[in-house]
Write a protein that binds this ligand. Structure first.
Ligand code: ZN
Length: 83
């Protein structure tokens, strides 16, 4: 894997994304605008560089976004099984 690239943080997603991104475009689009805004607001340029730790507020926003996506995908799977 090239430096500066990693994979989407959503559960089970292997899509390659830039290091400064939290999720791939598909997962990002699942978020409600308020959560997208929160993640963007707490993001600080350069935080993806290993020596600079993201702020705790960013981790909280990122966690909320990832939990939301995981919940949505879980609901979708249940729906598929029911039909
Ligand atoms: Zn993804």
């Amino acid at each position: 894997m090239s430096p500066g690239a990693h994979t989407c943080h959503a559960l089970g997603c292997a899509t390659r994304i830039a290091r400064a991104q939290l999720m791939c475009r598909d997962h990002w689009r699942m978020l409600p605008p308020a959560l997208q805004a929160q993640v963007k607001r707490e993001f600080r340029a350069g935080q993806e560089i290993r020596q600079r730790r993201p702020r705790p507020a960013w981790f909280r926003a990122a966690r909320a976004a990832l939990d939301y996506v995981a919940q949505r995908e879980c609901d979708a799977r249940r729906h598929e099984q029911a039909s």
